[in-house]
Design a protein around this ligand. Sequence first.
Ligand SMILES: Cc1cc2nc3c(=O)[nH]c(=O)nc-3n(C[C@H](O)[C@H](O)[C@H](O)COP(=O)(O)OP(=O)(O)OC[C@H]3O[C@@H](n4cnc5c(N)ncnc54)[C@H](O)[C@@H]3O)c2cc1C
Length: 445
Amino acid sequence: MSAGLKICIVGSGPAGMYAAGDIVKKSPDSRIDIIDKLATPYGLVRAGVAPDHQTTKNVTRAYDKVMENANVRFVGNISLGSDIPLTELRRLYDVVIIATGTPKDRSLNIPGEDKSGVFGAQTFVYWYNGHPEFRDAVPDLDIDTAVVIGNGNVALDVARILMRTEGEMLTSDLADHAAQEIFKSPLKCVHVVGRRAPENAQFSSKELSEFAELVTATPYTDKSILPDEYVSEDKKQERVVNTNLDLLRSFEHIRPGIDGRSIHLDFLASPVEILGDGHISGVRFERNRMEGGKAVGTGETYEIPCQLLVSCIGYEMGILEGLPVEKGIVKNDEGRVAEGLYVVGWAKRGPSGTIGTNRLDSQEVVDRLLSDFATGGDAAKPGPEGLDSWCRAHGIDVVSFDDWKKIDAAEVARAGEKSPRRKFVRTRDMLSLVKDKVQKQEKTC
Ligand SMILES: Cc1cc2nc3c(=O)[nH]c(=O)nc-3n(C[C@H](O)[C@H](O)[C@H](O)COP(=O)(O)OP(=O)(O)OC[C@H]3O[C@@H](n4cnc5c(N)ncnc54)[C@H](O)[C@@H]3O)c2cc1C
């Protein structure tokens, strides 16, 4: 057991929180600062998980327990890169763990992607979830048709949130500004388009089954492309896929949407061009066939007229000075990046898996770093006191865990009767609740 390490975790999402929880257990004398660029902790649990999936967010209770440990501090509202460089963090702490997730949308790499009305999932989801950097990325929802590219759960989340009514979202924490736009939108039709076959879709049955329960929108799929049965050596996978296929088949029998709204699940098509002058007016797709497990273009094209496109095809690491980034992740050897520098979560392995997937992954990296530091850390490292000095010297108004609890309580107190919270979406509003003065400029996307 390594005694008394000074550790900084960059990012308070699931991966960072599981790493902190494991260090607390295995090296209880270590002091851990969990820094985050936001004034609010827990990463995508707050800013990604769909606002109508509140039970998923209960995982934060376990993270709260970690934050309440005497040797753990939440230091919010400080960004690695713009507020403090990596070299400085590495000077202050024995160990720095990068847990920033993958904060950049993957590009479609097709002509027309720069047109207005075209959004990456990150921007769109962060907008409706009230992420302060995306508060002003307002999509024009005065539209009749939207296209969502992708066949994972994020694509289904986006389509569902666009089609939910005010009544269906009463128990959610959808951000006010997004609610205003979504509920007044005349949107009639959402196409969710995947490049591979229905049996290759990545979404889970739970998410898919929610389409059948939407109050005003009806799901459709072309039944002729659904295989009768999916057979695989992987029996778990076989069960999941067959449940999805049964659901897709059942969609045909659902009553027509009350006001004719619909979600179409289209497969075997890749976007090749976004059409329109300045603003998107449609998407041209090429039909695909499956060959050796891969989607291959057939040369046949078709168009879907639309006024909004949300691309949900994954995320990648952006550039952070001092971090080697390769293929969209931080280059690492089983979590080790360099001496005293580690990476966990989506920044380590890319954007896949659920919240729970990060637990074992972070634990493995913690085991590795504790064995690297089995003889202990460097007593001369300034640790948390050094970070405090840096923040004082640079006028950084950090948010502590107690501050966050006040913001949290205020959000809960001002919520509607059935809603769990009404989010603050401007960092300055959060700081004004807990600070005398607001020193930091609001960042925008
Ligand atoms: C839209 C969406 C919906 C999802 N829904 C579900 C779901 O319902 N159920 C489920 O199990 N999984 C879901 N997931 C997956 C789950 O959210 C991820 O597995 C998990 O959040 C990854 O954890 P992470 O800690 O690596 O990254 P993140 O959760 O992204 O956390 C990264 C943290 O680092 C901070 N950060 C980033 N850059 C910096 C910087 N430069 N300086 C300081 N801090 C920084 C961020 O503010 C953030 O708090 C969803 C993912 C997405 C994208």
